[in-house]
Design a protein around this ligand. Sequence first.
Ligand SMILES: Cc1ncc(COP(=O)(O)O)c(C=O)c1O
Length: 399
Amino acid sequence: MADVSIQTKHFLSDKVEHFTESVIREMTRQAMLCGAVNLAQGFPDFPAPAEIKHAAREAIAHDVNQYAITWGAKNLRNAIARQMNVWQGISVDPETQVTVCCGSTETMISTLLAVCNKGDEVVIFEPFYENYGPDSILSGAKPVFVKLHPPATPEGEWIFDERELRAAFHRHTKAIILNTPNNPTGKVFTRAELELIRDLCVEFNVLAITDEIYEHIIYDGAQHVSIASLPGMEERTVTINGLSKTYSVTGWRVGWAVAPPAITNAIRKVHDFLTVGAPAPLQEAGAAALGLPASYYQSLATAYCARRDRLMPALAEAGFRCFRPRAAYYVMTDISAFGFADDIAFTKYLVKEIGVAAVPGSSFYNDPRDGARQVRFAFCKRADTLDAAAKKLLQLKPR
Ligand SMILES: Cc1ncc(COP(=O)(O)O)c(C=O)c1O
């Protein structure tokens, strides 16, 4: 009889050997198994805005229940184009430059599949949102990582070294994936940093693929700048965004790409054969969401700032060294004080013995050793959830 493991391997793609399942989503399963407070995965545990839930119900009641146009319902594409202009001063043609996908997750992989050839390289800042590595590999490209160095003080900024970034660019570089505001660091790339990235993209003829899903969750007067708004970048940027975070609807699975027409055309082709389209009624509700008044976005940021300021002192009191996020809804922490072998041992102990789920830092790095002293907590949770976690975390004993 043939060796089963050899036989099984025969059926598998080499590509899937090069990455693991999502650690973040695995931590959610662990939290459920252990009955732990879930500060691992970034989904809100509070309700979505009433207006947009109403819009979703109305769309279903009015029988918007069949396939939408493959690249996105017209109402939603119009709303996306309008808001790109309002928020970033970028003019967008909704007919030729917008593709709506099943979440920004599908948008990212559709984009990479649309632009990458075997042998291309994709520059990724690390720590990085864990999908980018597997996305690059699945699209045939090789990810090349450039460090965001942690701040020396809790109030400081994560920064990249200009020389290290330049060294990552060369003739095989096809794209750079930029995530600003950033998960997991909470960094907001400054205009000066983006100009530097822009100059490299122009010099090496590289595409910027920018994930801006935390655009509206921003604190301390930080300002989000879309790299597409910089002179010279409109023609070489794919801007990715979605409903999940801004409107607290991570389960709706609606995201989009804004790109020049020729690139949009390629993304639309890949998207069509991957998923045909995003959920039709939720796209109509998405158009309503993008029509919410400016006050909605101010309240969103204020409420998230209050959640950050609730969790951070609790983490500090429990013994974590926290890096203060300027945006998004995560706190990266340093766990050195607890004396565990690494982040995996620590998060296992945390979920099983303390009853709080968090994400091991190594899942945000190419080399797990780089994240072995870091753990990420999500604070997109109700005050009582954060307080329950804080109480449990006090059982931890720095060694
Ligand atoms: C940086 C970043 N991009 C994308 C996503 C996923 O977005 P979506 O729900 O639109 O697929 C997340 C979710 O945590 C994220 O943190």
